[in-house]
Ligand binder design. Structure first.
Ligand SMILES: NC(=O)c1ccc[n+]([C@@H]2O[C@H](COP(=O)([O-])OP(=O)(O)OC[C@H]3O[C@@H](n4cnc5c(N)ncnc54)[C@H](O)[C@@H]3O)[C@@H](O)[C@H]2O)c1
Length: 337
């Protein structure tokens, strides 16, 4: 039995907490939102996870210290814009050498840090001597399906092989198969950029386009992610694995994806700000655009799909015009890779 603190009681945090408790671990869930903790503790159900029962053994708390102290692992499951603030609140209670697992997918626009880099950075501010063991957990995983015990695969990525293995051992069960990968930055980059490609796939559906366009977006989207990842020193194989093409397929094709649904509304003609409002939850692809654009410019990497999504979301370009530009732009495609 492992003692695990889960920070964030949203869809993903709750689905993972349920799975970890059902497989015999002692789980404590914290949220910054008091009403959320009260409702989960009383109702044993999450509004976005219909039919999933919350095990009695899970402890719910609004005291972040309770979710961090004496835990072998702490899982960060808040959306990316809250990872820094959550780390700041948790920092005084995080112990030396504790395993910190990030499940949020995103990139910070000011620093261009991935989420484990944000956690590390914030902890260093609190105590430069503190060392922790960082793991990124990422892959083709919709909370709605994990909460219904559907067979799922995921990647435990860390530069610390023992930490990656400890997370693999803890999260592995008959419904979830966990693979390890030492390329933590590559895995995190995939998780951040694929949400922008999913926005594009949703826009394409909203415009009324079909499977040809979707396949093109997924394949060429992967080429963009791979180009950027290799330029910043990640391993090419990461991009053809579960955290790369695996996650891209699930996000770009599934009805569960908020990015995909948000893109669809924009493709149908809804102004981007209204579409984000209508989704009503954090749309990570939208948040990731500034950082990914800056990183690609810094390394001189061509990312035409990401650029097109940016022009639609932030530049006021109509989706139809962006597609026309994408189809006819620049030099002709080569080799079809
Ligand atoms: N939902 C999924 O299927 C899934 C799967 C894999 C990864 N992820 C990633 O996990 C992260 C969380 O996604 P989610 O689907 O659970 O989101 P969500 O919108 O369901 O969760 C939001 C939660 O964030 C927390 N929160 C809100 N405001 C906060 C604040 N100011 N400070 C701290 N915490 C606050 C609350 O607990 C809230 O419930 C995202 O980065 C997402 O990309 C989600």
């Amino acid at each position: 039995m492992v003692h695990i603190g889960v920070l964030g009681a949203g869809t993903w945090g709750t689905a993972l907490a349920r799975m970890l408790a059902n497989t015999g671990n002692q789980v404590t869930v914290w949220s910054a939102i008091e009403s959320e903790i009260r409702d989960l503790a009383a109702g044993k159900a999450h509004p976005n996870l219909p039919g999933a029962e919350i095990p009695e053994s899970i402890r719910f708390t609004t005291e972040i210290s309770e979710a961090c102290a004496e835990k072998e692992m702490i899982l960060f499951a808040v959306p990316s814009p809250y990872v820094r603030e959550t780390t700041r609140r948790a920092a005084p209670y995080i112990a030396q050498k504790q395993i910190l697992v990030d499940a949020a997918k995103g990139m910070e626009s000011g620093t261009l840090f991935t989420m484990t880099q944000v956690i590390q950075d914030e902890l260093c501010r609190e105590n430069p001597a503190k060392t922790v063991r960082l793991v990124a957990l990422s892959g083709p995983t919709h909370a709605e399906e994990v909460a219904r015990d559907m067979p799922t695969t995921i990647v435990s990525a860390s530069g610390d092989p023992a930490a990656a293995k400890a997370v693999q051992d803890t999260f592995m069960n008959t419904c979830m198969r966990v693979y390890t990968n030492p390329d933590i930055r590559g895995v995190e980059l995939c998780g951040a950029v694929k949400n922008i490609i999913a926005l594009a796939a949703g826009m394409s559906r909203g415009l009324g386009y079909g499977d040809n366009t979707k396949a093109a977006i997924i394949t060429r989207g992967l080429a963009e992610i791979t180009r950027l990842g290799c330029a910043v020193g990640c391993q090419e194989q990461t991009f053809t694995g579960l955290a790369g093409i695996g996650d891209l397929i699930v996000t770009a094709t599934s009805v569960h994806s908020r990015n995909n649904r948000c893109g669809e509304l924009i493709g149908q003609g809804m102004p981007p700000r209204k579409a984000i409002e209508k989704i009503g939850m954090v749309v990570e692809g939208i948040n990731a655009i500034p950082a990914v654009r800056k990183l690609s410019e810094l390394y001189g990497i061509e990312m035409p799909i990401v650029e097109a999504v940016d022009s639609i979301v932030n530049g006021g370009v109509a989706p139809e015009a962006a597609v026309e530009e994408l189809m006819g732009r620049g030099k002709k495609g080569e080799r079809g890779l």
